[in-house]
Ligand binder design. Structure first.
Ligand code: ATP
Ligand code: MG
Length: 317
């Protein structure tokens, strides 16, 4: 249910015996818990015996090492991007946690939003060749095309929000942007120019209220190009964003995931999944202040237990 990739990619992967499962942790709003979740999820999966590499791709604002209690020394993504080392695997470091390796984010390179296309493609290629069971990438805040593109390579995209309306709306816009980018690529590759034009119009719901749901867009597009619409429906049926609501405090908070699922279904034609409601937990801040991961500092806390449940689901799926 978490699988994000298109059919062709899955077939290619089925022929690849050393399959690396890529989990991207993304979310457009800053400070919602992406890095905290990435680090603790990685530790939880490692404790289950999975070989895990955690990569800090929050370029320009890398801080994952601190959450793991590591110093910002040694080789980082900078060394790979600035071509001081040849392979990304050269900057993979060991950690004190068994089964967990780490790629420290760069600080000299511009943020991911400004990464040139060629550099992005090279980094994606090297990420996909890493040897491990699971690669977890912390993508940092933002909803630039680069962030969306990194989340495309993932088998599982985990999209983090808090229960606040602003955070939810940001995440909705991020998922919308992913949907339109996917469909845009498809219509371009199928040379369906008129439908592509209609898709551009549908992006602006205020100017084009008659196209304000994916269902209405498909009805209008069907009159232009039935084949393109058929392919588009297939692409959308294979896109299933996984939502994590972090810092849940009340029963109302626990419901917001369902609200977001309803919105993506109604307006974007996308079946999203709520994969975790993680509690707001004082042990998170306490652990960060001690420069220790929650899984190590407070393994019996509500947050740690919820992360373990999420990890177990991911490992099984
Ligand atoms: N479940 C939680 N309970 C309590 N506090 C939390 C929880 N999750 C995150 N926090 C707090 O939120 C702060 C921000 O978390 P984090 O750095 O993981 O967010 P982020 O989404 O990675 O931010 P950025 O977008 O800046 O990379 C943490 O320092 C921590 O204090
Ligand atoms: Mg972060």
């Amino acid at each position: 249910m978490f699988d994000n990739r298109d059919g062709e990619q899955k077939n290619r992967d089925n022929n690849n015996k050393s399959l690396l499962k890529v989990v991207a942790v993304a979310g457009p709003k800053g400070g919602v818990g992406k890095s905290t979740i990435s680090a603790n999820l990685a530790i939880s999966l490692a404790s289950m015996g999975k070989k895990v590499i955690l990569a800090d791709l929050d370029l320009g604002a890398a801080n994952l090492h601190a959450l793991l209690g590591l110093r910002d020394s040694g080789q980082t993504l900078d060394d790979f991007i600035l071509k001081k080392v040849k392979n990304l695997s050269d900057v993979v470091r060991s950690t004190e946690i068994q089964n967990l390796k780490f790629i420290c984010g760069g600080s000299q390179i511009p943020n991911i939003a400004n990464m040139p296309y060629q550099q992005k493609v090279k980094l994606i290629n090297h990420l996909q060749k890493l040897e491990s069971d699971i690669l977890i990438i912390d993508l940092g805040a933002g909803s630039s095309y680069n962030v969306v593109d990194f989340s495309f390579i993932a088998h599982k995209g985990l999209f983090v929000t808090t229960p606040e309306v602003t955070s939810l709306m940001n995440l909705y816009s991020f998922i919308k942007s992913s949907v339109f980018r996917r469909l845009g690529f498809l219509f371009k590759s199928e040379k369906a120019g008129d439908v592509l034009q209609l898709l551009e119009e549908a992006k602006d719901v205020d100017a084009n209220p008659h196209l304000n749901t994916m269902g209405k867009f498909f009805s209008a597009a069907d009159k232009i190009d039935e084949d393109a619409v058929r392919s588009a429906k297939k692409v959308l049926s294979e896109f299933s964003p996984n939502i994590i609501v972090n810092r849940v405090q009340t029963a109302g908070d626990a419901n917001v995931g369902a609200v977001l699922q309803g919105l993506t279904d109604k307006y974007l034609g996308v079946q999203s999944h709520l994969v975790a409601n993680l509690p707001d937990d004082s042990s998170v801040k306490q652990s960060i202040n001690k420069m220790k991961p929650v899984m190590v500092n407070a393994p019996a806390s509500g947050f740690a237990r919820s992360v373990n449940n999420l990890a177990a689901n991911l490992a099984a799926g």
